[in-house]
Design a protein around this ligand. Sequence first.
Ligand code: ATP
Ligand code: MG
Length: 230
Amino acid sequence: DLLFTEGRVDFQNVCFSYTAGKEILSEVSFTVMPGQTVALVGPSGSGKSTIIRLLFRFYDVQGGCILIDGQDISKVKQNSLRSYVGVVPQDTVLFNDNIRENIRYGRISASDQEVEEAAVAADIHHKILSFPDGYDTEVGERGLKLSGGEKQRVAIARTILKSPRIILLDEATSALDSQTERNIQASLAKVCANHTTLVVAHRLSTIIKADQILVLHDGRIAEQGRHEEL
Ligand code: ATP
Ligand code: MG
């Protein structure tokens, strides 16, 4: 049911509320050209993660529309959309399975070797090997001892494996040491090259590299441009 090809994203006058009477996004319009990286910045609560959730269709918009390659995503089957768009959420919840399958979920046909290559690229391989059961470690009830940033790197590995046309990345707010941050930036730069990327950015290094920056304030786009222009 879907003819997505290039990976262009258009928000046209998008309005959204979680609960009646409290508008979270008001008339938000922007375009991400195929292959571009756009950084979303703004104060906590300004609606950045909401934009990501709408584009992945966790919710439907209440006004305006979101187009991918000219098609209204509310008219597209959710499965088709989600095979085309990959998301790394702000707070990653892992599945009740082992860590290998948690990464493989990005592309279930991937081999064990491909899973491990993705983990290396996301800089989480060594952490996984530090567990007695390595990649077979269960993420079950007792809970894997992973920080928010480490869980997010598992989600990044999953997305590297999936390699979707459009990548949505909601950067973890947790502080990373600078070496880890550089490693992740380098691997993300590899994954995101040629993919359309929408990133909620908390790190200056991410913002500087973006083709376009959208500054959100109270659910509206307050400013827009490149880093040197803002
Ligand atoms: P942060 O930088 O802290 O992650 P954000 O810009 O990503 O903030 P959003 O998560 O988009 O902010 O939230 C925007 C507003 O919507 C906030 O006021 C928040 O309280 C509200 N909100 C978010 N999720 C829900 C929800 N599930 N139900 C009701 N209100 C919500
Ligand atoms: Mg957020």
